[in-house]
Design a protein around this ligand. Structure first.
Ligand code: PEP
Length: 254
């Protein structure tokens, strides 16, 4: 097993006009090359702007240590899919990653594990690293089904050809996203350990290289505790990734 390098990923969701996005990205890129150099020596930092800003941000941070990704992609390379963006288009803009299966996509757009798997496969084919999101709803947690749900999702969403290094998993309990609530560290540790075990069935020893991110109300105040857990290899951050100081503090805490 190679040591897993942490990944701190920001999901801007549907936020930001050109001036805000550009300022935030430039601020982060400058920090990684300056004051945040220690952090950037030990971890990867990624921003996933809305589709409208990907080209602008990717161009602005070219040559810096800040990576850029998409928030979603279509499973097809091109064609009659109005409003969608393909993984190849994101790659063409300079992206290295794409989030797939975020719970907001699963809920708002009815995406199934099968859809997510097809999108992750497209990402791999286009040369992107898919960040595959999984996580239970509050009702599923209350019914004691968390481990069963994440096991099903990981098996259903991992594409053919996945290895420990060409995909990333993000565990995001749906009820913790944007709510300020987080599971206990014991719960996070238990679920992450289960995800790695489950991934071992598909990836073999490669599961030891797999980066498993935690997402759901990560803030500067709880980052060190969450990111210090054994099987937590970084964070997928929503709200707190929109403020440079908060996102930098989360990266510094890892
Ligand atoms: C997310 O949207 O992936 C997320 C984790 O959001 P937040 O950090 O705001 O909970």
């Amino acid at each position: 097993m190679t040591a897993r390098r942490a990944l701190i990923a920001g999901n801007w969701k549907m936020n930001g006009l050109r001036a805000d996005g550009l300022a935030l990205a430039k601020d982060l890129a400058a920090w990684l090359d300056g004051e945040g150099r220690d952090a950037s020596n030990r971890l990867d930092m990624l921003v996933c702007p809305p589709a409208t800003l990907v080209a602008l941000v990717a161009e602005a941070v070219t040559g810096s240590r800040l990576a850029v990704g998409g928030q979603d992609c279509h499973a097809a390379e091109a064609g009659a899919h109005t409003g969608d963006t393909s993984a190849w288009m994101l790659k063409d803009l300079g992206c290295g990653f794409v989030i797939v299966g975020h719970s907001e996509r699963r809920t708002d757009h009815g995406e199934s594990d099968e859809t997510v798997r097809a999108k992750a496969a497209a990402a791999l084919a286009a040369g992107l690293v898919p960040i595959i999101c999984i996580g239970e709803t509050e009702a599923e947690r209350d019914a004691g089904r968390t481990l069963a749900v994440v096991s099903r999702q990981i098996n259903g969403s991992l594409p053919e050809g996945a290895t420990g290094t060409n995909v990333v998993i993000a565990y995001e309990p749906v009820w913790a996203i944007g709510t300020g609530r987080t599971p206990t560290t014991e719960d996070v540790a238990e679920v992450h350990a289960r995800i790695r075990d489950e991934a071992r069935g598909r990836l073999g020893a490669g599961a030891d290289d797999l980066r498993i991110l935690y997402g759901g109300s990560v803030k500067p105040g709880n980052a060190a505790e969450l990111l210090g857990l054994a099987d937590v290899d970084g964070a997928l951050v929503g709200g707190a990734s929109l403020k440079a100081a908060d996102f930098q503090a989360i990266a510094s805490a890892s």
